[in-house]
Ligand binder design. Structure first.
Ligand code: CTP
Length: 448
């Protein structure tokens, strides 16, 4: 899996928008971190990055498929090896013969193709690819990817590969804004699938809005960025996420409402910045990003042991888990029967994982999370100093739709001589912003 750890997925290209369930407050897309056109103008400095890279181009059935021939030519100009897989709908928009001529390779269209199986069937293509670019990616194909369908050659290859997958959505603006499309898009991003675009502008249907596929050179530049080392390349990041469960008896436990979404989003963002990420996760119903090992734990003690076993190796530790502060002193071996009208449980403190890491003789760059209902910055500063942290990210709890078990959050991030407010946004967007701040502070600390 060489490239997955070296690549720099879309640090300059990730496009954020508010999740559809809450409307589109910002009125559409914004390019985050950097204007990719800056990258375009420096394109001649990027020569060779795609040389000999094995790129599998998946074309699905949208009008933007007519741009695919130029895309193949531009990729080959960069020295890339390109193989093309088309869905049957794509062949209505552009012929396989055209793509065969520009790619210099047989174009693959059928899942069950005896000729292809003898030479290069879906498993071989899945193994051959160093990266899979799906351009254009229709709403239907995003849905297929989001739900793991494998009913044509391209979707089957996507399931069978370990290569990073990039989608370049292209569709009518209403289709792009549809709640189902946005939910699928969020789902894919949370898995570490990368998106290039879509852009805003005049659409083939005559409407104007967000939904156009990026131009071929913009897609080429997106891939170039993907293969460049990210700002956290070579940096090892350990992240805790989710709740812990402290057993009372064989059927009951103490826990909290943490879903793990923030910690998993931070893992996606850290990986996107090029870091080698390890997640230590309490019980959640989330899927970790591809390429991120997960150590699953149950209670605070398990999490403490898992973290301590890993942390010596780590450069950055981010404690996003909502660890139970207390656990029952005694675990009942049999289910407790109800008896009196009141029941007293004796609780004891769990080990403070964050404080233990920060107190190590040579601690990694240590970032804590906190949840407060009031006086956010005062409490955060106090915790920063008491636990000797490098940074703390505090979220305000007690506001409907924010924090625990929701898709959105707002953070106050502070460190010894500064702070920044990250206003309400999706957890994934906040995670990218947080990782950018952590990267800056980490690099500054590394210099001293
Ligand atoms: N944490 C931890 N181990 C614990 C408890 C908490 O690592 N046993 C970490 C959490 O992952 C989080 C931070 O510590 O990063 C939260 O600190 P904490 O002092 O528990 O803050 P609050 O939960 O906000 O609680 P309080 O205000 O009661 O101190």
């Amino acid at each position: 899996m060489g490239i997955a750890s070296n690549i720099h997925p879309l640090w300059y290209f990730t496009v954020f928008r508010d999740p559809p369930v809450h409307g589109y407050k910002n009125g559409g897309m914004l390019l985050y971190h950097s204007d990719f056109r800056t990258t375009l103008s420096f394109n001649n400095m990027n020569l060779n990055i795609l040389t000999d890279k094995r790129i599998l181009l998946g074309i699905t059935g949208g009008i933007a498929a007519y741009k695919s021939a130029e895309l193949v030519r531009r990729l080959r100009e960069q020295g890339a090896q390109v193989r093309v897989v088309m869905t049957s709908a794509a062949t209505e928009f552009i012929t396989p013969l055209t793509l065969q001529v520009v790619s210099g390779q047989r174009v693959h269209t059928e899942l069950l193709d005896s000729e292809a199986e003898a030479a290069m069937g879906h498993i071989e293509l899945a193994r051959w690819a160093e990266v899979i670019l799906i351009a254009p990616a229709t709403a239907d194909f995003l849905a297929k990817l989001a739900y793991g369908h494998a009913n044509d050659l391209l979707s089957t290859i996507c399931l069978a590969t370990v290569a990073p997958i990039i989608v370049a959505p292209a569709m009518n603006r209403q289709m792009w804004q549809a709640k189902s499309t946005q939910a699928n898009y969020m789902r894919l991003q949370n898995w570490g699938i990368h998106c290039l675009g879509p852009a805003a502008g005049l659409q083939a249907c005559g409407e104007t809005g967000v939904g156009r596929m990026l131009e071929p050179m913009e897609l080429v530049n997106g891939l170039i960025n993907l293969f460049k080392p990210g700002p956290l390349a070579g940096v090892k990041v350990l992240i805790t996420a989710g709740p812990t469960r402290e057993d009372i008896d064989p059927v009951r436990f103490i826990s909290n409402r943490s879903s793990g979404k923030m910690g998993y989003a931070v893992a996606v963002a850290a990986q996107a910045a090029g870091a080698a990420v390890t997640l230590v996760s309490g019980p959640v119903s989330l899927t970790a990003p591809v390429g991120v090992p997960v150590i699953s734990v149950y209670n605070a003690q398990d999490m403490f042991e898992a973290v301590m076993a890993q942390v010596d190796e780590m450069d950055i530790f981010i404690a996003a888990a909502a660890v139970a502060d207390y656990r029952p002193v005694q675990l009942a071996t049999h289910k407790l029967k109800k008896q009196e009208s009141q029941l007293q449980l004796m609780l004891e403190r769990t080990p403070d994982i964050l404080a233990a890491v920060a107190a190590l003789p040579q601690p990694p760059f240590t970032v804590g999370f906190a949840a407060e209902t009031n006086n956010l910055l005062d409490y955060a500063r106090d915790k920063l100093q008491r636990k000797k942290l490098d940074m703390i990210a505090t979220n305000q709890v007690g506001i409907t739709g924010l924090g625990f078990d929701s898709d959105e959050n707002a953070l106050s991030v502070c460190w010894v001589d500064g702070s920044v407010e990250l206003p309400r946004n999706s957890k994934l967007s906040l995670a990218y912003q947080l990782i950018e701040i952590i990267t800056q502070r980490y690099q500054r600390r590394a210099k001293f």
